[in-house]
Write a protein that binds this ligand. Structure first.
Ligand code: GLN
Length: 195
């Protein structure tokens, strides 16, 4: 099993380390051809408009969207969550437009640009220490998206079948449980396709 980490911006090595901690092979991905043999892909945080432009420039937007439509598991964190969303407040066009949610960028306000919070994530952890950095908030989860976690009544983790999104940076701690959850999704998708 091989899981890629989109390596255009963000904490790529940290995501790779987390995935490896769960026992899968993890590779950094920059080129379109590399997408072909992946069983799953992580889209890290950074700055969503910059990552989106680079995805366009390197011809990655359409093939990643197709992967998502085909049922290959995708995990977006922070800016990666914004890239997955179908709707972004104040913006006409979404990026990948796969996840049935509305997001608000930089939603946690100036005074809280960066903070840590212990989270209860359904089916994942009861005490997940999460790092939020200029984080987006999920302001609406549509019927297809299942809410896995809220903080102060704001939605911060959702799952929609083979798609997982978190507003924080799960790669910046030593806790690999959310990555392990994603790897389980990758295993499920793979066995569903090979049976
Ligand atoms: N604020 C960034 C954006 O809107 C996301 C921040 C992050 O990924 N840490 O794209």
């Amino acid at each position: 099993m091989k899981v890629g980490v989109l390596a255009l911006q963000g904490a790529v090595r940290e995501h790779i380390r987390m995935l490896e901690a769960t026992g899968v092979e993890a590779v950094s991905v920059k080129r379109r051809e590399q997408l072909n043999d992946l069983d799953g892909l992580v889209i890290p945080g950074g700055e969503s408009t910059t990552i989106s432009k680079m995805m366009g420039k390197y011809d990655l937007m359409e093939p990643i969207r197709e992967m998502g439509q085909r049922g290959v598991p995708l995990f977006g964190t922070c800016a990666g969550l914004i890239l997955l969303a179908e709707r972004i407040e104040g913006v006409e066009n979404a990026h990948l437009g796969l996840l049935d949610i509305t997001v608000r960028r930089n939603a946690f306000g100036r005074q809280r640009e960066s903070f840590e919070a212990p989270l209860m994530i359904d089916g994942v952890a009861e005490d997940f220490e999460a790092v939020f950095i200029r984080a987006p908030q999920i302001t609406e989860a549509g019927a297809r998206a299942e809410i896995l976690c809220t903080v102060d009544d704001r939605i911060v983790v959702v799952r929609q079948g083979h798609l997982l999104g978190a507003s924080f940076h799960p790669e910046l701690t030593d806790d690999s449980r959310l990555h392990a959850h994603f790897v389980e999704m990758v295993k499920e998708a793979k066995s569903a396709h090979t049976v």
